[in-house]
Design a protein around this ligand. Structure first.
Ligand code: GLN
Length: 484
């Protein structure tokens, strides 16, 4: 059953060949059997899920299915508020936080009949690239349990890769959907900034944060986005320009498509990785696309720019956790300052503290112009760079990450090495562009991903390009040996 994509499960449900309840039981049993090895779930909501599944079957029996996703199991990254269900952002700070409302995308998926099985692990407050920064322990890569699954949506990617859920939600501030999708061999999309509502998603860096789905295939992502999207007046940066139909172009052939290959992405790339991405490019060529070398001049400043802006915004966003209003509060504070200091000191993990300190320093009087202003200018140059490229080509192709997933513990003592792994993903967030990562084969038994970056609001086209690839390549259908 779990070999099926979301699209196939939807057809089986429509034809009466399975039921929401049977699917729910099947996936709950898989979680039970496989998640002790992976640790992808922070919390399983079995009763909630069974109830939702029964209601879905009742609706379907009277011909009233809510959407193609009605009755299909899924899980949310624990960054999205779920009404009356704990939402932790994988932090001690929010260990006992129970939201009184749901995030808009959670509501949208509920309205579509999604059956939520639980909440998925992540790096604390979505800060990290390896999922080793979760307060609830590291998540393992389903393809090799000694390796990291990527982050920060590592729980989402691992759960989908091991087919503990057919799809999951994630968030992407600097690569957190695409990088774990690549490391775990699944497909993930970061939509154009403003496409999906950020309301009820715990904030990290508000000008970069964007929710999105992870699933086996691009076709699945399109079906999920159809339901997750929709203008939200509660998100002040929601766009009215976004699509509501994402699967409209799936069958469009690739003839006439021009794909740009940025020289900067391949210059220092590991040869085995370069070979994988060039093999993907050749496949696109065989499908009718034209390849063209392009330049992206400012890629080398992207990491510094991103870590400055993201940390500056994080230091501001996370000032709300003061031990007074909600979240962790230290025991018997001496006075107000002691309450602030110990609540934050004890409630946040090391990586979160690092970001708050970088951000606060960058924004402090006397340093603002040298750091934050400079980073804003670099951000603008990166956007101009991309816009110039999109005058020449339709989409940009490159690796999602410089290497396959590294070993647990390999980079925990070296934050700069960890940051450098985000080389190909962060510029996309700085420019607000959409990008998809799809499986691109294996290196030493570990999956790697190819990234397609498009112009603003080009999601239907990006999804169709990846879908065409997945018609002639089966990597996205492969399951890890240990989780067949
Ligand atoms: N790895 C990046 C970081 O640590 C991206 C995180 C994200 O996209 N949420 O900031």
């Amino acid at each position: 059953m779990h070999q099926h994509s979301v699209a196939e499960l939807s057809r089986l449900l429509a034809q009466g060949e399975t039921s929401a309840e049977a699917l729910c039981e099947h996936y709950l049993a898989r979680i039970q059997e496989h998640d002790s090895a992976l640790n992808s779930f922070i919390r399983v909501e079995a009763e909630h899920a069974k109830q939702a599944a029964r209601e879905s079957d009742k609706r379907r029996a009277t011909g009233k299915a809510l959407s193609p996703l009605d009755g299909i199991p899924m899980a949310h990254k624990d960054l999205f508020c779920t009404k009356n269900i704990p939402t932790t952002a994988a932090s001690k700070m929010l260990e006992s936080f129970v939201p009184s409302y749901s995030a808009t995308i959670v509501e949208h998926l509920e309205r579509a009949g999604a059956v939520m099985l639980g909440k998925l692990s992540m790096d604390e407050f979505a800060m990290g690239s390896s999922n080793e920064r979760s307060y609830f322990g590291a998540v393992k890569n389903p393809w090799n349990h000694e390796h990291i699954p990527g982050g920060s949506s590592g729980g989402s990617a691992a759960a989908v890769a091991a087919r503990l859920v057919p799809y999951a939600t994630g968030s992407d501030t600097g690569g957190s959907i695409r990088q774990p999708a690549a490391f775990c061999g699944v497909t993930g999309i970061k939509p154009t900034y403003g496409t999906l509502s950020r309301y009820g998603m715990i904030a990290f860096a508000s000008s970069l944060d964007q929710p999105g789905p992870l699933a086996a295939s691009a076709e699945d992502l399109a079906l999920i986005l159809n339901q997750m999207s929709g203008f939200d007046p509660k998100d002040s940066t929601a766009s009215r320009q976004t699509h509501t139909v994402f699967d409209g172009e799936l069958d469009r052939p690739l003839q006439g498509l021009t794909i740009g290959l940025p020289k900067a992405y391949f210059a220092d790339l590991d040869p085995t990785m370069s070979e994988r991405i060039h093999a993907v490019a050749k496949q696109y060529e065989a499908l009718g696309a034209t390849l063209k070398d392009i330049t992206l001049e400012y890629n080398d400043v992207a990491i510094a720019t991103y870590y400055l802006i993201a940390s500056a915004e994080a230091s501001s966003n996370l000032s709300r956790y003061d031990g007074v209003r909600y979240g962790y509060r230290c025991d018997s504070p001496k006075d107000l300052l002691d309450l602030y200091q110990r609540s934050r000191g004890e409630g946040f993990g090391d990586e979160v503290k690092r970001r708050i300190m970088i951000g606060t320093h960058a924004l402090s009087a006397g340093y603002y112009d040298a750091y934050y202003e400079q980073a804003r200018r670099a951000r603008r140059a990166i956007l101009d760079d991309f816009n110039a490229a999109f005058n020449e080509v339709d989409v940009i192709l490159g690796p999602t990450t410089p290497t396959p997933a590294f070993k647990l513990g390999d980079k925990t003592d070296d934050p700069v090495q960890m940051f450098l792994g985000d080389l190909y993903t962060v510029s996309v967030n700085l420019a607000g562009l959409p990008a998809i990562s799809h499986p691109a084969g294996f290196i030493n038994g570990l999956p790697v991903g190819a990234q397609l970056i498009g112009a603003h609001f080009s999601e239907p086209r990006l999804l169709s390009i990846a879908h065409q690839y997945q018609q002639v390549n089966n990597d996205h259908r492969k399951l890890p040996e240990a989780h067949q």
